[in-house]
Write a protein that binds this ligand. Sequence first.
Ligand code: SF4
Length: 456
Amino acid sequence: MPIAGSEIVKMLPGKRPCKDCGFPTCFAFAMKLASGGATVDKCPYLSEDVKARLLDLLAPPIKLVTIGSGENAVKIGNEEVIYRHEKTFVHSPGIALLISDREDNARIEEKIRKIKELQFPWVGVNLKADLLALHFESGDKAKFLALVKKVYDSTDLGMVLISENMDALFAARDICADRNPLLYPITKENIDEDIPKIKANLTPVGLRGGSIEELVLLTTKLKDAGVEELVLGPGSKNLLEAIRDQTFIRRAALKQGFRPLGYPTIAFPCFMAKEGLKEIIAGSAFINKWASIVVLSDFDQYSLLPLLVQRLNIYTDPRFPMAVEQKYYEVGEPDESSPVLVTSNWALTYFLVSSAVEATKVPAYVCVKDSEGLGVLTAWAAGKFSGDSVGAFIKKCGIGDKVKHRKIVIPGKVARIRGELEDALNLEWEVIVGPRETTGIAAFLPAFAKQLKGPS
Ligand code: SF4
């Protein structure tokens, strides 16, 4: 539960008004701290003890945990609300593909290829599964370690290492520790003996409890030992139990501020359902109901894509429209005489315009002006697609160096910015009013491109 500024101020030194934190009073600083707009280190007069207490009180109710490294790192946790409409969800669940060391080589290769190839670029986002979960089932430690090494060498993905044999688990961890794998499961049976081994080469730790109470004991022990990147596995036997446990953990962390359950969770539809479709449906339920990692035994494009789209929809911040980065985009392989179109940065607008351009097979540049995620007409009405601002963007985005002509096409719906835009571009560019709708691009663009090329 968030701490109030009025509580924080009681812990501050009260050297009014030293202002060294950049705020006029301790109270103003406390209010900013409570709302997340300032950091504790801005006040130089806090004792180490007070600083530590404040950091603990201000920490998000669900801890942030990172699995994997580099651009494939999967961040989970840091959530603040039960339901997305209360604010937003922060980190979408990682989807993991399970590989058992009992599977034959051809099947292992196929799964590695599958997770690499099944990627779906969509309006500036790359939809894909995130992790490989490697399961020690064969009883042959050397075989499991060979699987871990193979995955480590042939992919850059983060890994979940699953083994009841702790020797095998820690040996596997040591192969890929720089990839920050999640170790699973640490249980009440092995925790005391394994804490020193966990700390010897620290990576995130997945806990499996026979009950929620058992998970509380495990997280408390590990936190006291200084191990804080934890992921909770409630050990639920079926979907009903699992949803109940996920709900209990989430509510305890967010509504009661109960720190021992303030960690992301893992769910295993792969071990709950015998049949592929049921497993995917269970995976879908866990995406809805708060699992931070969902482990699937298999998928193909037809089962994975719906899960990825569902995840994208739920974990998109409802307070902001989806937007693409402001810059010029190349559609096809444009050259110095290719058409230049300008549009706003609402993801759907960009997607429609670039798809319509692509369909004409005319290579072109699409200049996307930051309009805070608004469509063209709304952006214009809100003053975010004025001739002046579009002109400033065109001047600095570098498109002038890419083409030798000086003609730029604006959407027909904002024809009225034409004069202002030409002025903003110092009359160096001719502004052409394009179609009102993207459906008009099919007829407009080929003829316009022909004009630009001139007589052949
Ligand atoms: Fe108060 Fe610290 Fe800010 Fe000074 S620097 S005003 S003591 S919070």
